[in-house]
Ligand binder design. Sequence first.
Ligand SMILES: [Fe+2]
Length: 272
Amino acid sequence: MANSKDNKNVLSAYEKASLEGIDPRCIPQKLNGPVPEDDQIVYPNYSNSEHEIWSFLFNRQMKYLPGRACNEYLDGVENLKFSPKKIPSLKDLSSVFYRTTGWKIARVPGLIDVDDFFSFLKRKIFPSTDYIRVKDELDYTPAPDLFHDMFGHMPLLTNKNFASFYQKFGEAALHAKGIDRKDLETFHWFTVEFGLIKKSEGMRIYGAGIVSSLGEVQHALSNEVEVKEFNPEIIIKQQYDVWHLQPVLFSIESFEQLEDGFMKWTHNRGML
Ligand SMILES: [Fe+2]
């Protein structure tokens, strides 16, 4: 007969973490079957207070974004028809993706295993959560929630150039091993999550980790940040700390430059 110790051995990393007092949202889960995609995604029965959390976060970030976020991001917010009143439906957002860039959305239960994540990107599918942070975590949540996924990541995925780059990223990452994986993670951090873009009207934000964070959106364009020019070889050597405001960021000239630079670099390293 199995005792409790044996039982522990058959638990997933996710289940073990919750037994050991680690926030299980921080443990990537390996998907063990298909997840709902596009029009198969069912809209959850959100409570009024969950819709209020969305409204609060949406209104708070939108106060800062005009004049700070790039046009491509703001156009995406418009394309996706985000409303402050109600948490968007993944199914509706997926149909905008499909119309604009041919991408779709899959609903995933939380942080997922990196191989699962990259293979979604390669198939032009953005894996998104559909739960929202609780009131005590308005300023910071340790793992992705729908506000980060929808508000942070989705607007740019309605932009053809960015979406094309992100699909290549998934493809390269699936081929990458060892140090290449680690370098890609750093590259992702300084572009997709914390990227800036130089526009004729001034420096603008495109990274999901900045647009969805109150602290970062006020800090990223300030004098406290050293902005370096986009260069994959330099980016991958840059240290970062996920717990503090970022002191160094990288700026691209355009999303074409991001894709071209990424393609050349991954090609030289044999990833693409
Ligand atoms: Fe993210």
